[in-house]
Write a protein that binds this ligand. Sequence first.
Ligand code: UD1
Ligand code: CA
Length: 461
Amino acid sequence: KPSSAASDVYKRQAIILAAGQGTRMKSQTSKVLHKVGNKYLLQHVIDASHNHVEQLNVIVGDNSQSVKAAVKDSKINWVLQEKQLGTGHAVQQAIPFIEDQSICLILYADVPLIESQTLEQLINKAHSTGFSLLSVVLEDPFGYGRIIRDSNGLIQSIVEQKDASKAELKIKEINTGIMAVKGSLLKKYLSELKPNNSQGEFYLTDIIEKAVKDNVSIASFKCENKSEVMGINDKKQLSQAERDYQLNLAQGFMSKGLTIMDQSRFDCRGNLNFGNDCIIDINVVFEGDNDLGNNVVISPNCIIKNAKIGDNTQILANSIIENSSIGSNSSIGPFARIRPDTHVGNHAKIGNFVEVKKSSILNNSKVSHLSYIGDSKIGNDVNVGAGVITCNYDGSNKHQTEIKDGAFIGSNSQIVAPVTIGKNATIGAGSTITQNAPDNKLTLSRNKQSTIEKWKRPNKK
Ligand code: UD1
Ligand code: CA
């Protein structure tokens, strides 16, 4: 959606540079397909710009196959840059697709944390002057292009580290590379670029000097949040970006009322919704789409992936929940593993060292200790004793177990599926159940206990 009415005559386009090799990552994977918050770097940039533009021109190089396969978006126009001859050359490849009457946003796939509001401001400035640039002031500007201003503070040019004089190297305001330019101006100055510099590259940054000579005034604004414009070239910077991203997420969640015990040990790799008064203890990792009700407590060291967790439920330490839903007022763990397609009801308990897979365990039921429950339907008010195993696999196929409401399964029993345990049935401890057990009765399968009177322990030789 366009951000202001004045913009309506202009088409909004973006050019995202993603063709670089990324050799410093020392990886078989293309740099732009590395992830922050489990999302591709390129995808972050697409998401930040998506609502501002009608079309995204993504410049790819040798990595084109893997990048195209990984990132899908109907707004993308893939543009191949066969040889990487510099940032100006990269942008030139998109020229056939850029309209004169457009505001063109230039972005970098390895600068992933740029925020949508920042781009909005940059675009608005480009509407008034035709050309706007995002800068940042860095304590250590080494490696970046420096912003050269005249005595009135107006931008004159950008000088790259490798081409800068001693005096220019002292400048701390640097070029983030991110800019918004009217299509007609961009095309004009790009066509005039020459690789007359120490690297023999076509520098995109040279268009600034050309525009200034043409009396175009360059609007600029300084980005206050440095992590938004940080570039990722190596694994150290990738890790820093991940932490910055997580800290930013954590602070956003806290401002919406989430209690996070330690914001530096919080990880959300996806989307998190939560109600009131939820508490997240340390080292919890959220993945995918998670939904917490009110008063949910997650204790240390849990992995919560694509889960829905109801009000007042506690997930105790060292538990893993994946693609499952847990009702309200229930308790999971410590050390529980809830595998995909599990549904646990309300006021239920899954205790320590219990693994549950593709099963439902309804209201007020308890599986408190050391059990495996797989491919099972467990009703309401069922008590499953310690060490009970549902034997769901015969070596070739999986089979279903059904345990009806009110049943009590004695400890250390094996329930060999397919089998049904009746309503309010009781299974004696240590039984191996291979046939259906009737409602309301005690069923057991074990030898009668006996004592050998004359037996003696052997003597030590
Ligand atoms: C560039 C800027 C510099 C700025 C810095 C910010 C130029 C000349 N310099 O320098 O002023 O401070 O970014 O990070 O623009 N790329 C291509 N094709 C190419 C060359 C590069 O797609 O032919 C991509 C790279 O993959 C990378 C981005 O463009 O994502 C920037 O290129 P890079 O060579 O890293 O530019 P810098 O020297 O960092
Ligand atoms: Ca760079």
